[in-house]
Design a binder for this molecule. Structure first.
Ligand code: ASP
Length: 324
């Protein structure tokens, strides 16, 4: 069971307490001392349905951890209202929706697709890469050909809403990485079963209006996602370039390996981004968990929420952040 505490308690618990500048007001959650011993699903942003579908799959005897990851993420990829994942995603500079996704299992197997066009379920194609090929990453045309050979169909992923917004943007074509634009960006979803086995996945249409050909952090193992079944799992959302430059998900798992709690590991990985690269007005959010079912979440800017489902409930929680 995840317990809630007022933010003021963080300073006593955070290993990086003196590096925190400020935070938004209100109830936040410190999960440092909470353990979820049974099944657990956590995901970036607000995804109650995705979490619950993944949780049901975890409970089902004939479903695997990867089934849980896939079914959860598919539902967000299907949702046209979510303009940063799958169908309805915002396009690149050329007006094309291009998707990145990655999935990783408890044995350390990884599958990934980058720059995938016209195929809605990028996470499912990434899973096929993992399960049916000797490779880790398929990209662009090759990824699409592979999906089509495996029975996927081409679909127009650009919705009217995303096209109208793009047409407006295209009048000036001023690119600016924007954080928390709709309280949702990449979905990264991590699962843990009652035995402490871990898997995870992430899927995104990437930064809106990015250059054609740009690949973000999400499909790159160790950047947008990393799972080590001996230790823990982490996934990222936000400005992918910052995450790529620091291998932030791998870093966070390595911090847990060195003995830090998931919360402390997330904070330290975010501080690495800030210290090494600087992150003025740019957002990155990390969520992670360890084998014991402790959870961590932290972001550069405020406003990053994440979803946690255990046997008792699904909660949408606001992460602690470095700045307002
Ligand atoms: N991390 C994603 C990317 O850079 C975007 C996001 O999460 O908003 O492609």
């Amino acid at each position: 069971m995840i317990t809630r505490r007022k933010f003021s308690s963080l300073f006593g618990l955070s290993i990086l307490g003196n590096s925190l500048k400020s935070c938004s007001a209100g109830v936040m959650t410190d999960t440092t001392n909470s353990f979820v011993s049974g099944n657990l699903v956590i995901s970036t942003w607000r995804n109650p349905t995705a979490n619950q579908l993944a949780f049901s799959a975890l409970k089902s005897e004939d479903k695997s951890l990867l089934d849980a990851v896939e079914v959860g993420i598919n539902t967000v990829e299907d949702d046209p209202k979510d303009q940063s994942v799958g169908y309805g995603g915002r396009p690149d500079k050329n007006g094309e929706v291009t998707l990145d996704a990655c999935i990783m299992d408890s044995k350390g197997n990884v599958g990934s697709v980058t720059y995938l066009k016209e195929i809605k379920h990028a996470i499912s194609v990434a899973r096929l890469v993992l399960e049916t090929t000797p490779h880790v990453i398929l990209s662009g045309q090759g990824a699409q050909d592979f999906a089509l050979e495996n029975g996927y169909i081409k679909e127009n992923l650009l919705t009217e809403k995303s096209k109208l917004e793009y047409d407006e943007w295209a009048k000036e074509m001023k690119y600016e990485p924007k954080a928390n634009i709709e309280r949702h960006d990449t979905i990264g979803l991590l699962v843990k079963d009652a035995q402490g086995n871990l898997s995870g996945g992430c899927s995104t249409s990437g930064m809106a209006y990015k250059l054609g050909g740009r690949v973000g952090d999400s499909p790159i193992p160790g950047a947008g996602l990393f799972v080590d079944n001996e230790i823990g799992a982490c996934t990222a959302t936000g400005v992918g370039e910052l995450v790529l430059k620091t291998c932030a998900s791998f870093l966070c798992v390595e911090f847990m390996r060195s003995g830090l709690s998931p919360q402390a590991a997330c904070e330290k990985a975010i501080m690495r981004i800030i210290d090494k690269i600087g992150a003025e007005k740019q957002q990155v959010g990390l969520i992670c968990c360890n084998k014991k079912g402790q959870i961590g979440a932290y972001s550069i800017m405020s406003g990053f929420v994440y979803s946690v489902t255990d046997n008792d409930s699904t909660q949408i929680l606001e992460a602690y952040s470095y700045s307002l």
